[in-house]
Unconditional design. Structure first.
Lengths: 534, 601
């Protein structure tokens, strides 16, 4: 391996403009060639870290200088100044290292620091150490480690991961399956995508450890079809891992065999629900299944299956590397570890952050999101994604962990934080949420199919100030019913924004009611004497 | 193992695996259901059976929630009551309200639920788009505007019949039950069995209504209108008038048909006996060809009485149609004989005769419109009514069915034996065939108690029997020592298993296989009164066997009217005239348009 004097790390991911960044990297390489420096300066395409609204960015090591808002035209200048003359290109410099702020080093540890296409770079950053430890333990011991670590699923429901694995391991059927749920469909979240784009080996390592722990030999990554870059990177990573004998028969001579295949999803939101995902994997319509049996008892093709979220699996290698005790001391005791959030909306630094659990939203916005944008003041935050609760100022000091939120009647969700300012009407947010859910309901269960439609239509009326008195109570009634009686979590999620908005912003919503409006009467299609009358 | 729980403050113990719905019903609590089809499927999609379980975060659907130890269930809590009521209200909101003009009026489960729950107001406007009513097939009408997406029809089509025509498609509010790519049922693979219409809780899938055609014929003084009634009707028609399943109403049915104005009331049983003569002979002939002449004949022989099953063979297993008996179904034999032999006898031109059949079956509507079924020169059977339609027709004529005096069928096409009665249920055709064939071969009566072949009775999906031919008459010596093996299947999912076996070389060595398309046979047909559950099927079967046992004659070859028919008209079984009138051929419908052969009038 050639050794370079300096490294230019350029995030090449789907959060930026792929065309711009590609042009910049080409020009940069050309310029380095012209200056005959291409041997000593390595340009490394990495995944993302930090803000996503700064255009093309680059970090140069070892000095750690960060540049933002780069264009292809800047390439010559940058090479001239930084590499030839050894001076910082002031006008494009970003003060401070994003990495220091944004990652305490569990899930996003390598994102933006290594090339996601190079197994050796992952290896150099302590990769595969967790697997090494794992292969020296028995599957039962591995499960115990994960159980002791207190890790809970990061996909939204927060089920204890160790328990899930144990249940799968306990199933009698010897053919067991590990599925990585990369069908990140929650609008506003992009954490799984950036993890896969930035550090695919970590997810693969997590899957191998999981497979070892539950004695599975087949693995699948169910990934959104829209995530083309993630798909390419994970494909490449699987290939490299196979070549390095980290996947396939007899992994590292341990006698344990496991391999991973990709399943590409077609973009239905409900397929992020694990049983709908399994149906989709089997080629069936993406409808959720009746539980029980749970997937760990009867999952893919009826075999016991562990379905874990990308972020959950990305936690596993570090736990196995550093031990359960290390992990359980991070963050909130009831939900130890870190959580990756996609913070977006009216903040200065929208982007991906990883913080210990239990940090309140206020601190996330101020310390990690760079505070509210100039000229805007905080009004609300939607927590978790489109199916999340809309919180007002008064809920901002709630610690972000499952238990604390649950006590306050909220859910943590998948890790999006959408920050709204005072200019944004709550009814507009509700409208876009409901439009989304009406489109994404699978149509199987009555309350979600019909109830969701009623919610959407009422919100649509209220949005044009045509709400009828009593609408808010009716919204509440239907949403409560959805929460209590829908078949799967999609229906429950539909209710969350409505119920929380009524809880915190009732007076604003009351403004959408027009006292002169009348409820549309249930006008029926004209009585048609059908073909059956005789 | 049993579990102990509390439902509405009543302590009960049930076997583990029992659902809350079942447990509640055991202690006299009726939890409303809609999408739940007992023993077949509980998709949990209607959200009507929700109950509150202490400690559970959400309400749980009683139909799929299993009882656990120390569970505390409340079926009438405010939460559960309100959620259920809203579920029904939401369904009503997007369901047309033309109940009075709906064929399911007063039989509609959604209507009944709304009434039971005391829903007096629907607060949501109707939002669904109108879609065209699908009347493309002779048997079934699909009005998807009325569909509430309970998926019962999907379960009947896939889980019971294994046909898989109906499936959910699209998402969310656009979701509908469809037939794959095709808008029309006639463009899809469909055997027309009508099991979907039997389970649909509303009027979204119903039989095609032909009552007006019958009235029209009866009103026309130039037409001689005769009616045939299938054996399964007499054990089920009473249910249309509130009688218990399994009540035999043969005499009342005959009386009602006379009141309606039919010129003659005949019995499909007559041609069922005829079928046995033809099919039994066909079976013995094939056996002889195989065993004596060592010819390559298609064995095992499949029965061909069930038109849904014939459609299934043509659409799914066209390679096996040589194994299908060439005999027409009793309904079509009746039409062909009525418009030739009988028409001649009474001096009526076939064009002026209208043959109406009362069938437990929707596929019969398709069958009578097949182009092959015109052997009398005109359409052999003109109109088919299902049991449900007959019930409605009797009501619309103001006939007080329950107080009718019993009447007898007309001669000669109303004469029949007990063997013909049991055509109505699974195992019956086989038993009837064996009663005759055994006697033809050995000269002795079938050596089973009360002539019943026990192993092929009952509701098990696949049944088989075998017996050794110990002695024979001189003509049938080649069968001496031979073990004859027969199999019986009902429900196409079970038939599929046998078809696969036969395709793979018939490892079980069956000689004769009876298949009825619908579960339980014709008594569970797609045109029978609703609801048809496992219990109603059992009761109807019991009634049919009683009908058989009460007959003086119980073997088809003893039917004197049939004997006369052969003497006067047909000659011998499988003879020239029989060949022309009573036998048919089959098509390969595995490619192209599967239902294209239905002849438009």
């Amino acid at each position: 391996m050639k050794k370079a004097r300096m490294h230019v790390l350029v995030p090449m991911d789907s959060a930026g403009d792929p065309c711009e960044v590609r042009q910049f990297v080409c020009r940069l390489r050309q310029e380095l060639e012209t200056q005959r420096m291409s041997d000593e300066i390595a340009v490394i395409e990495t995944g993302r870290f930090g803000p996503i609204n700064k255009g093309v960015s680059a970090v140069i090591h070892p000095d750690g200088t960060s540049y933002v808002n780069l264009t292809a035209e800047d390439a010559a200048n940058l090479v001239e100044e930084h590499f030839v003359k050894g001076r910082v290109l002031k006008e494009k410099q970003q003060k401070g290292d994003f990495g220091e702020i944004f990652s305490p080093g569990v899930v996003l540890k390598n994102c933006g620091r290594i090339s996601p296409d190079n197994l050796n770079e992952y290896l150099a950053c302590d990769g595969w150490k967790g697997l090494e430890t794992t292969l020296h333990l028995s599957p039962g011991e591995v499960r115990k480690w994960i159980m002791d670590s207190g890790l809970r699923g990061r996909g939204g429901a927060g089920f204890p991961t160790g328990k899930k694995w144990q249940s799968c391991a306990d199933a009698a059927d010897p053919r067991k399956i590990v599925v990585c749920n990369a069908d990140e469909g929650e609008p506003g979240t992009f954490k799984d995508r950036l993890i896969l784009e930035g550090d695919p080996f970590k997810v693969i390592e997590g899957m191998i450890i999981c497979a070892y722990a539950v004695r599975a030999s087949e693995g699948f990554i169910y990934i959104r079809g829209e995530y083309s870059l993630s798909i390419n990177r994970i494909k490449k990573a699987i290939k490299e891992a196979r070549e390095a004998e980290l996947l396939g028969m007899n992994i590292l001579g341990s006698g344990f065999s496991f391999d991973i295949r990709l399943k590409i999803g077609a973009g239905a939101y409900v397929c992020g629900e694990e049983t709908a995902l399994l149906n989709s994997m089997e080629g069936k319509p993406g409808n959720p299944r009746i539980k029980p049996p749970y997937p760990t008892q009867s999952g893919y093709l009826g075999h016991p299956t562990v379905v874990n979220n990308v972020e959950t699996l990305a936690n596993i290698p570090s736990i196995m590397e550093n031990g359960a005790d290390w992990f359980s001391t991070i963050g909130a005791p009831t939900m130890p570890g870190t959580k990756v959030y996609a913070i977006l909306g009216k903040v200065n630094h929208p982007g991906l952050i990883e913080v210990p659990t239990g940090i309140p939203v206020r601190s996330l916005i101020e310390n990690y999101g760079g505070g509210m944008k100039e000229g805007s003041s905080f009004k609300a935050v939607q927590l978790g994604g489109t199916g999340g609760d809309i919180l007002s100022e008064e809920a901002l000091d709630l610690p972000l962990d499952i238990e604390s939120l649950e006590q306050a009647g909220h859910v943590l969700g998948a890790g999006a934080l959408l920050v709204l300012d005072r200019e944004t009407p709550i009814i507009d947010l509700l409208y876009s949420c409901m439009r989304f859910f009406v489109h994404e309901s699978c149509g199987r269960c009555n309350v979600c199919r019909n109830g969701g439609m009623e919610l959407y239509r009422m919100i649509s009326r209220m949005r044009i100030n045509e709400g009828v008195s009593g609408d808010i109570e009716l919204l509440e009634e239907i949403a409560t019913a959805l929460k209590l009686s829908s078949f799967c979590p999609l229906g429950t999620s539909t209710a969350n924004p409505i119920l929380s908005a009524i809880r915190y912003f009732r007076s604003e919503l009351e403004g959408c009611i027009n006292s002169t409006a009348v409820r549309p009467s249930p006008i029926r299609n004209n009585l048609k004497l059908s073909a059956f009358s005789s | 193992m049993s579990v102990h729980l509390k439902i509405d403050n009543q302590e009960i113990s049930v076997d583990s695996g029992t659902t809350v719905l079942q447990a509640a019903s055991d202690v006299g609590i009726k939890i409303p259901t809609l999408c739940h089809l007992p023993d077949i499927s509980s998709p949990g999609s209607c959200r009507v059976c929700l109950v509150e379980v202490e400690g559970a975060r959400t309400l749980l659907p009683a139909c799929i929630t299993e009882c656990r130890d120390d569970m505390v269930v409340r079926t009438t809590s405010k939460k559960a009551r309100e959620a259920r009521k809203l579920s029904v209200e939401l369904l009503l909101a997007n369901h047309p309200w033309d109940c009075n003009a709906c064929v399911r009026n007063n039989e509609c489960e959604l209507q009944a639920l709304a009434a039971d729950m005391g829903i007096t107001e629907v607060r949501f406007p109707y939002a669904a788009d109108q879609v065209e009513i699908d009347q493309s097939t002779p048997a079934l009408v699909r009005d998807m505007n009325k569909c509430i997406l309970c998926r019962r029809c999907v379960a009947a089509c896939s889980d019971v019949q294994g046909v898989g025509t109906l499936a959910p498609r699209m998402r969310g509010f656009d979701a509908s039950i469809g037939t794959g790519d095709s808008e029309k049922l006639s463009d899809a693979v469909c055997v027309q069995c009508g099991q979907c219409s039997l389970v649909c809780p509303v009027g979204a899938i119903v039989e095609k209504n032909d009552i007006c055609k019958v009235w029209e014929a009866l009103d026309n003084p130039e037409k001689t209108v005769i009616v045939q009634t299938a054996p399964a009707i007499r054990a089920a028609l009473g249910e249309c008038f509130g009688l218990k399943p399994g009540t035999r109403v043969t005499g009342k049915m005959v009386a009602a048909l006379r009141r309606l104005g039919f010129d003659k009331v005949f019995d499909t049983d007559f041609t069922a006996d005829l079928t046995i003569m033809e099919e039994g002979t066909e079976f013995l002939t094939r056996l002889k060809k195989a065993l004596v002449n060592k010819e390559n004949v298609a064995l095992p022989l499949f029965t061909s009485c069930s038109p849904g099953w014939v459609n299934y063979m043509e659409q799914f297993y066209a390679d096996l149609t040589p194994n299908l008996s060439t005999c027409k179904s009793p309904q079509q034999m009746f039409g062909a004989i009525a418009k030739t032999y009988y028409a001649e006898k009474i001096g009526v031109r076939p064009e002026n005769m209208v043959v109406v059949s009362i069938m437990p079956c929707t596929a019969k509507k398709f069958e009578c419109s097949r182009e092959e079924m015109h052997d009398s020169g005109v359409k052999d059977v003109d109109i088919v009514l299902t049991t449900r339609e007959l019930g409605r027709m009797i009501k619309s004529a103001g006939i007080d069915f329950l107080n009718l005096k019993n009447e007898e069928m007309d001669a000669p096409l109303g004469m029949s034996t007990g063997a013909a009665d049991i055509f109505a249920n699974t195992g019956g055709v086989m038993e009837a065939a064996l009663r005759t064939a055994y006697e033809i071969v050995t000269g002795d009566e079938l050596p089973f108690e009360n002539l019943h072949v026990k192993p092929i009775q009952g509701l098990e999906g696949l049944k088989e029997a075998s017996f050794k031919v110990e002695k024979t008459l001189p003509d049938w010596e080649f069968l001496k020592g031979q073990t004859v093996k027969v199999a019986v299947a009902h429900g196409l999912k079970n038939a599929h298993i046998l078809c696969e076996q036969v395709l793979s070389g018939n490892p079980e060595g069956y000689h004769f296989i009876e298949v009825m398309c619908c579960p339980g046979g014709c008594i569970g047909g797609g045109g029978q009164p609703r609801p048809t559950t496992a219990e109603t099927r059992c009761e109807r079967i019991k009634a049919i066997y009683k009908e058989d046992e009460n007959r003086p004659l119980r073997k088809s070859h003893e039917n004197t009217a049939v004997q006369e028919l052969y003497k006067e008209f047909l000659g011998a079984p499988l003879g020239e005239v029989s060949h022309h009138l009573l036998h048919t051929n089959y098509k390969d419908r595995m490619k192209g348009n599967p239902l294209a052969h239905a002849k438009e009038e």
